[in-house]
Design a binder for this molecule. Sequence first.
Ligand code: NAP
Ligand code: ZN
Ligand code: ZN
Length: 374
Amino acid sequence: MIYQIPINQIYEHIYINFKYQNKMNTKKVKAYGTEAPDAILEQLDINRREITLKDVEIDILYCGVCHSDLHFARNDWGFTVYPVVPGHEIVGKVIRVGDGVSKFKAGDVVAVGCLVDSCRSCNNCKNDLEQYCPEWVGTYGGQDKHLNSPTYGGYSESIVVDEHFVLNIPENLDLAGVAPVLCAGITTWSPLRHWHVGKGTKVAVVGLGGLGHMAIKLANALGADVTLLSRSPNKKQDALDLGAHQMVISTDEEQMAAVQNHFDLIIDTVPYAHDINPYVGALSTNGTLVIVGYLGPLDPMLNSVPMVMGRKNVAGSLIGGIAETQELLDFCGKHDITSDIEIIKIQDINQAYERMLKSDVHYRFVIDMASLKK
Ligand code: NAP
Ligand code: ZN
Ligand code: ZN
């Protein structure tokens, strides 16, 4: 027997699609992005959806430059769909809101981080862990559920986001300096909170870049004893100024031997494959090495001996949920914490990427998006 779909269902399907597509108007906005892994970033046009009931339309003022932007633009992780418009450390001014929006109004200064949607009904969503929702939508490289097309990030004039994923910024914080809190900040805050870092916890941070410098500031503000593990001896004074209590040169075997079995928590921000075994050795019993930087198979392999012999843990962590990001913004407001930044024009983004590859960032580039309007 041939199964036949009732004709009224087919009509209904066509009608809904027709109505939906007709209803969902788009607006063309200027952006900066790339069409291929080996191409530079250039100006291009993208479509933003018109606001729906719960949407907030934001005029972007500043956008931080994360190493993930570079990984994604160059297809380091192998799943980039082009064109790409990176940027997930967004600060901007609300220009319009949908009729059902209750948290924001035109004129508010707000923030958007790495997430712009999720299913809202799975256990992770219900537990404020939207970043682990199987249907989470990244600010760029995700799938806009309204337009059924890729999401584009903050290297653009404006963005439209459901109010659930829009955050409040404490009034005392510098707007450009707060942008990196939305990714570099929350990515290190989430493990600090999950592993209950507080007064006297021995925390080490591997790599002094965007994530690393926020990790030092936040761990210090939580009362931890903070150590930077870095391959760059010239960063020592900066590390101390940021709030680290000491620095260990990670390539110096003697210095590493002196911190064996020492740390309660190590946050590893290094973006590329590297040997994590010396860091596992530096963990105390029950200590945890949490990888937030590198994505992929470990090389060299992980040796289980120090883990088994010392009940040591190796873990990973992805950004943070919306409630946790708001908690961090409020904490930053209370402790007057922002990122140490270098403001650039959007036209300088390709040089910024080259400098980021050489670890020559002090300690986050933030794009003044007014440069895109000129
Ligand atoms: P960044 O500003 O470029 O800093 C990375 C730091 O790692 C460098 O400053 C450097 O510090 C160290 N490093 C060691 N080996 C390196 C190498 N071969 N090349 C470059 N740097 C090296 O990067 P970021 O923005 O902090 O991001 C760090 C990583 O976290 C990236 O892979 C990014 O994709 C990832 N990330 C993950 C999440 C998440 O949710 N898990 C969120 C955001 C970003 P020293 O000179 O001190 O050694
Ligand atoms: Zn990021
Ligand atoms: Zn979900």
